[in-house]
Design a binder for this molecule. Sequence first.
Ligand code: ARG
Ligand code: ZN
Ligand code: CA
Length: 249
Amino acid sequence: ADGTVEIPVVFNVVYNTSSENVSDARLQSQIDVLNRDYGATNADNSNTPSEFVPVKAGDTKIRFRLAKTVRKQSSTTLWNPDDNKMKSASTGIAATTPDNYLNIWVVNKMTGGTLGYAYYPGTITGSLDGVVIAAPYIGTGSGTSAPFNLGRTATHEVGHYLNLPHLWGSSDAGCQTDYSNDTPVSPGPNYGTPSYPLSRACGGVSRSQIFMNYMDYVDDKIMVMFTTNQKQRMQAVVSASGPRSGLRL
Ligand code: ARG
Ligand code: ZN
Ligand code: CA
């Protein structure tokens, strides 16, 4: 009634060792993180510097519900993000109706130390649509790996899935638009635990960076907020006329 969309999530856990067969409790902890971060009820949301408080999204009116968990053992110990083999019935687990469910694959390890990856709406064939996260970075608590142990990899990847580029644009070149006017243009990723204020330049003009946004590359404990324009972009995706309207069951 208040326009909130609840996205049903299917977890596809493709594990090699038993520790990679992430527990139901950890998967639920990931859903809980997503609901706090997308509802702006995360306690650390208040770490947003006053400069950026006026552009905070508040509640994005997007929520998540654990619909189903599928598990499968595999002899694969290292997955290549480029070939999507975790998404096939023969080498992994096939997606559950991707138009109606956000499929999240949990795999043991990815080449290049990739934490996770996702596709923008309408950019990949349905069977490959969704989000992939490496097991140590899903959810919170025992078995997760610092500094990516607060479930923010999924918050970030679901942002991509809902049409948010990185703060520096969708190419590695940097200083490109992210189509949100309330995020300062950025030359590229920030890592670790930067401290505010942090000025970086594009085209010779320095701007205070919104590195505490979920669409940067900082450590989980540093990323705490979406902006209003980002919320609008995500809402457009799940709206009745948007490319992911099927997620509103
Ligand atoms: N796409 C990035 C990667 O695969 C994910 C960055 C997530 N950042 C985080 N603090 N969890 O490396
Ligand atoms: Zn990303
Ligand atoms: Ca921007």
